[in-house]
Structures are given as C-alpha cells and as structure tokens.
Design a protein around this ligand. Structure first.
Ligand code: DAH
Length: 332
C-alpha cells in the first residue's frame, strides 16, 4: 500500500470532490481517513519497511494525510455554503405577497364624499373650518337671525343637552353656526368650508337619520354678489360631478340669507336633483359675527354630505350605509 500512495491520494481526492452533500462527505471522510481507511492501514505497513526507509515513508504518509484532510475541510465549507443558501430559500417568507382572500378596508362612502368635497373646495381656494357638535343656542339660532320664538326653530327638531340654562345648549342642527365662529375668529376676507356632523330629533327613514353630515360654505369679501354665489356653485358642480352636470338656483327662504335660494344639480339625463340651500349672508348675521355689513358682503351655502354620497354611489336607503353590514360596505 505504501508504494501506492500517489494513487491512493488521487482516489481519495476524487471521492472528496464528488461528495454532493454533507452527509455524503461524512461517509467519504470515514472511507478516506477513518479507522479502516487504506491510508490508516498503511501506517501498519511502515513496520515492515527497512528501518532506513521508515522515516521517509512515514513523512510521505503524513503529508498525504494532511492534504486529504485539507481537501475534506475545503469541500465541507463549500457544501455548507451551498446548503445554507438552499435552506434560506426554503425558509424564506414572502412578506410582499397579498393574498387573494385578504380584504383591505376602505373609507366609508360618507367619508369618501366628505374628503372629495374638501379636495374640490380646497382646489377652489377655500380653507376647511370646524366647530363643536355641542353648540350654544345662540350660535345655532340667534346669531343666524333665528331669535327665540322664530318659526324656523320648530323646523329643526332640536336635541337639547342638559347643560347651563335650560335650552341654552344643544347638539347643532346644522353646520351654519360654524359661519358665526369663523366670522368671530377671522378677519375678512373669509373663504371657508365646514364639513361636520349634525343632529336632529328625526325618525329614521330611507332618506333621513337623526345623525347626519353637512358641509357649509362661507365667503366674506368686498363686493361679493349673487353672481359669485352662482358661479361658485357651478364651478363646484363641474369639478365634483363633471362637466356634463350643471346647476341652477331657485328662490327660497332662509332666515340667515337674503336673498335665499335652493340649488339644484342637473344630471346628464336632464333630471334635476335638489342639493342644498344658499344665499347672500343676511346683514344681521354679519353683525352677529362682528363684521360691518356696510363694508363687507358675502354668500353662504349648505348641503347634506350623506345625500350626496347616496347619489354618487347609487344608494337608495341611507340606513343601509350605517348598519355595518360588510356585504353593503364592500360594494364601494
Ligand atoms: N343650514 C341649512 C339647513 O341645515 C342649510 C343652508 C341653507 C345653509 C342656506 C346655508 C344657507 O349656508 O345659506 O337646512
């Protein structure tokens, strides 16, 4: 065996290179350097050599063994690297994958309409304003030219809150009190819209709920006329609904505007839909807001956001939008 060392080394190195995985390499290791391996057995042959040859033969044997062990080690780390990559591949989690069955939520139809309205009016130069839902009787009525005993108060089905003097605090029945708050806190010119939640003692039916949302608009500037109001409503109709929709004003009456109008939207099929109220801000309202009606004039408008969402999404019973039925919600 000892004469056959070069062949033995070549065979061992070839099997080491051929080992495909760490399990095979472990077997190969036993075969080439284990107890029964030819190389190990060759040690015993040393004794049968003439003493003068033993040293050189022993050294040659050790060198071959060292090279084989080095080759084993190199192959082991090569295999380990390949196996690590393969393991990472099988254990990899694809966190970017979106399952077909996973439903990502979306905003409620009323919120969608609310946000779209804010965008449209912001694009026209309006700022978004807010006011409290629990409001004083003064802001909700008196300041809007609806004094105690005024018949318009009866039309509102107001929900009063037990706070302060009886009848002095209420859940706002419309977003119009935000007009007063804006005038009292800002210097004109004022260009605001105020979307918000309002409350009325109403029996629920397909078009009414006792909690609903409105959006109020208020413009106060110098030389504002009814033409500015009509133009603004038309520009809004164009950008919210599209250029195949148009608008018109019809005379009406509201205590807080003079003159007052109802505004309608004409659908592409020619039919008209009543959307909201508007008008030139009444001088008494300007005065309540601390603004001189001799110097400034303005217009205001208000309409229901829920009504608009129903129209936009083709919902014919508003109660459906608030029953939290996932089959309804998912449609939009
Ligand atoms: N506040 C009225 C309501 O809730 C709507 C309204 C009408 C608002 C005319 C206005 C307006 O600003 O000018 O019924």
């Amino acid at each position: 065996m000892i004469d056959n060392l070069p062949q033995l080394e070549a065979d061992a190195l070839a099997t080491i290179t051929a080992a495909a995985d760490s399990e095979q390499l472990t077997d190969v290791q036993t075969d080439v350097v284990g107890k029964g391996a030819p190389l190990t057995l060759a040690r015993r042959d040393l004794g049968s050599l003439p003493p003068e040859d033993r040293k050189a033969a022993g050294q040659a044997l050790n060198e071959v063994r060292a090279r084989i062990e080095q080759a084993l080690e190199t192959r082991r780390s090569e295999i380990a690297a390949v196996e690590r990559v393969a393991q990472m591949e099988t254990e990899r989690l694809d966190l970017t994958e979106v399952s077909e069955s996973a439903h990502i939520g979306h905003a409620h139809i009323v919120t969608q309409a609310w946000e779209a309205l804010e965008d449209v009016f912001a694009g026209m130069g309006f700022r978004v304003a807010e006011g409290p839902q629990v409001e004083t009787d003064w802001h909700n009525f008196d300041a809007l030219n609806i004094p105690p005993g005024h018949p318009a108060r009866d039309g509102f089905d107001t929900i009063y809150v037990e706070h302060g003097e009886p009848g002095s605090t209420l859940l706002r029945t419309h977003t119009s009190p935000v007009q007063i708050r804006a005038m009292l806190t800002q210097e004109p010119p004022i260009y605001i819209v105020a979307p918000g939640r309002v409350f009325r003692r109403d029996t629920a039916d397909s078009t009414h709920l006792s909690v609903f949302q409105q959006i109020e608009g208020l413009v106060i500037d110098k030389g504002i006329s009814l033409a500015d109001l009509a133009g603004t409503i038309e520009a809004f109709t164009d950008s919210y609904f599209g250029s195949d929709f148009s608008s018109r004003l019809r005379p009406n009456h509201f205590p807080f505007t003079e003159p007052s109008a109802e505004f309608d939207i004409q659908l592409p099929d020619g039919s008209w839909l009543e959307l909201g109220g508007c008008g030139m801000v009444h001088p008494n309202v300007l005065k309540a807001g601390g603004i001189d009606p001799e110097e400034w004039s303005g217009f205001a408008f208000g309409f229901g956001i829920d009504r608009l969402a129903m129209m936009k999404f083709g919902v014919d019973d508003i109660r459906e939008a608030f029953t939290n039925d996932i089959r309804f919600i998912r449609q939009f």
